[in-house]
Design a protein around this ligand. Structure first.
Ligand code: ATP
Ligand code: MG
Length: 223
């Protein structure tokens, strides 16, 4: 990705230089030039984000970083913490049994939770209920991420997982969040799908195989 990162970095630095040079422009030009620099800077930031997304998409499923045994609840809280500014007015409910651990690459797992919570928050326009629930079913983990936004129209339920499918306005979404999340989960031999139910709202389900999940014996027994 150096092929794209280097020219991108060069463009960013050129805009910064231009911005500095604006200070020497005559008054009547300065404001306009600085505003133009800011616009270019924002556009470049957006390109940087898309490039980062593309890199994630390309890498989804090929493990980055080591597998670690982590506490499921702790890891989910950590991921939500990273997007807490989008969840401020959302009523968040976590139903996560104590002592469940998963063996994953923490960065990847965070990414999945963040992408799904980010989508839910956006669908609800920042206001509504978000529930994350974990269930053990015969050793397998079932993780539900549920919101009470408008849901996905029936004719879109398959397409939402395609890379670059987005209903958000340009600049708001690249359409890559679900594709990345699914790629990561499939990298653990798991599945990620939308469980379409009647009525409004949306429920995404992550299933992880038993090999990834452990139940840690409660620490205050057997003392
Ligand atoms: N919780 C949800 N409720 C309603 N629609 C959803 C929800 N999650 C995803 N979608 C739909 O699926 C589309 C694809 O989601 P995805 O996360 O892949 O991309 P995005 O959110 O549009 O952009 P990006 O994640 O790259 O910023 C969204 O644009 C939206 O239409
Ligand atoms: Mg998204």
């Amino acid at each position: 990705t150096h092929g794209i990162n280097n020219p991108l970095a060069a463009a960013v630095s050129a805009v910064r230089t231009l911005d500095r040079l604006c200070q020497q422009c005559p008054d009547e030009l300065r404001e306009q030039m600085m505003a133009t620099c800011r616009r270019a800077d924002r556009a470049l930031e957006r390109i940087e984000r898309i490039v980062a997304d593309l890199r994630r998409l390309a890498q989804a499923g090929t493990r980055r970083g080591d597998l670690k045994v982590v506490d499921l609840g702790q890891e989910i809280r950590l991921a939500l913490e990273l997007i807490s500014h989008k969840l401020e007015d959302i009523d968040l409910k976590l139903a996560l049994p104590e002592g469940l651990t998963v063996r994953v690459c923490p960065d990847e797992f965070n990414q999945v939770i963040m992408n799904l919570a980010d989508n839910a928050a956006a669908a609800m326009d920042g206001h509504g209920h978000l529930t994350i629930r974990a269930l053990l079913e015969g050793g397998k983990l079932r993780l539900e991420i549920e919101d009470d936004g408008p849901g996905v129209p029936p004719d879109m339920t398959q397409r939402i997982f395609e890379p670059f499918f987005s209903t958000k306005e340009p600049g708001r979404g690249t359409g890559i969040g679900l594709a990345v999340a699914r790629g990561i989960i499939e990298g653990y031999a798991g599945t990620l799908y939308l469980e379409q139910e009647h009525g409004p709202g949306c429920k995404f389900v992550i299933e992880l195989p038993a090999e990834v999940v452990r139940e840690r014996p409660s620490e205050n027994t057997g003392s």
